[in-house]
Design a protein around this ligand. Structure first.
Ligand SMILES: O=C(O)C(=O)C[C@H](O)C(=O)CO
Ligand SMILES: [Zn+2]
Length: 275
């Protein structure tokens, strides 16, 4: 098995607004996170948030130590959320094994040690620094807090499921869940928002191979777009909106790290104020 880590540096909004399409994609889009028998990570300088994919494909693959953190194990000073977007698989860490069905989310607290992924799961990983060790917890789809929002009339009817969230469980910085669009609704995160206190990343999945999401990013008065394919993620700095419209159905996993874990701490931007 191989573990591959790529580093993404933080970009100032004045720099971002001068980027062409290729540069925007190079800095904010992550492609190819999921590969058989590999762990692929993107280490960002936005709140030291790491995102990635682990695909055991029937074997065992282990995330233990990476050079970028210069710690004895990856989770020595970090917490991690794991979402299974594949078939049933399992995760072993901290002397325990959790079976994860499609859509389940596992929280691993600081100091959980090496993490082994097994079975036919397709695991999305989101990790950030943690100031204390909190208990590991599997949150099943039924245990998530479900929020229906949007409307058919505005083409944004969707279900937001909150997993690593103060209403469900305690974490240090990480807040994570996923949002599924209803048939016929295309827009996510409308009205758009920013939250200067937290960065965010969106992993889009459950899309047909030829489908694309037109992801909107940038400062509210300087928006840019990125066309995103299935199982690609967009890194959203704290100064950027993160909204999108899909050509076809999709789900996206949102994960955040920063100064607070208050999901409702958003500065909304109405469509009429976007440029
Ligand atoms: O559909 C939505 O709206 C979202 O899922 C919004 C994200 O959860 C988010 O941006 C949280 O800050
Ligand atoms: Zn957000």
């Amino acid at each position: 098995m191989t573990t591959h880590v790529e580093t993404r540096h933080a970009i100032h909004p004045d720099h971002a607004k001068r980027m062409d399409t290729a540069e925007l994609r190079q800095h904010f889009l992550t492609e190819g996170l999921f590969a058989d028998a590999e762990i692929r990570l993107v280490y960002t300088h936005y709140d030291r948030f790491v995102l990635g994919g682990a695909v055991p494909n029937g074997a065992d693959i282990t995330l233990d130590k990476i050079e970028e953190t210069k710690t004895a194990t990856f989770l020595e000073r970090r917490e991690m959320g794991i979402v299974n977007i594949g078939d049933t698989g399992s995760v072993t860490a901290a002397g325990r094994t959790w079976e994860m069905k499609t859509g389940d989310v596992l929280y691993l607290g600081r100091g959980s040690g090496a993490v082994t992924f097994s079975g036919m799961g397709r695991f999305y990983l989101a990790s950030c620094p943690a100031h204390r060790a909190l208990p590991c917890r599997l949150v099943t789809v039924n245990e998530a807090k479900e929020m229906k929002t949007g409307a058919v009339e505005t083409s944004n009817k969707r279900t937001i499921r909150q997993f690593i969230h103060p209403l469900v469980m305690e974490s240090c910085q990480l807040v994570l869940g996923y949002t599924t669009l209803e048939d016929g609704s295309v827009w996510n995160t409308i009205p758009s928002h920013v939250h200067d206190r937290r960065m965010e990343a969106y992993l889009y999945h459950g899309m047909a191979p030829e489908a694309r999401v037109l992801h909107l990013m940038g400062e509210p008065q300087e928006t840019r777009h990125i066309f995103v394919a299935n199982e690609q993620a967009v890194i959203s700095p704290s100064w950027s909106i993160h909204s999108g419209a899909g050509i076809g159905g999709y789900t996206f996993i949102w994960a955040m790290a920063g100064d607070n874990v208050d999901y409702t701490d958003m500065d909304f931007v109405q469509p009429g104020d976007l440029r």
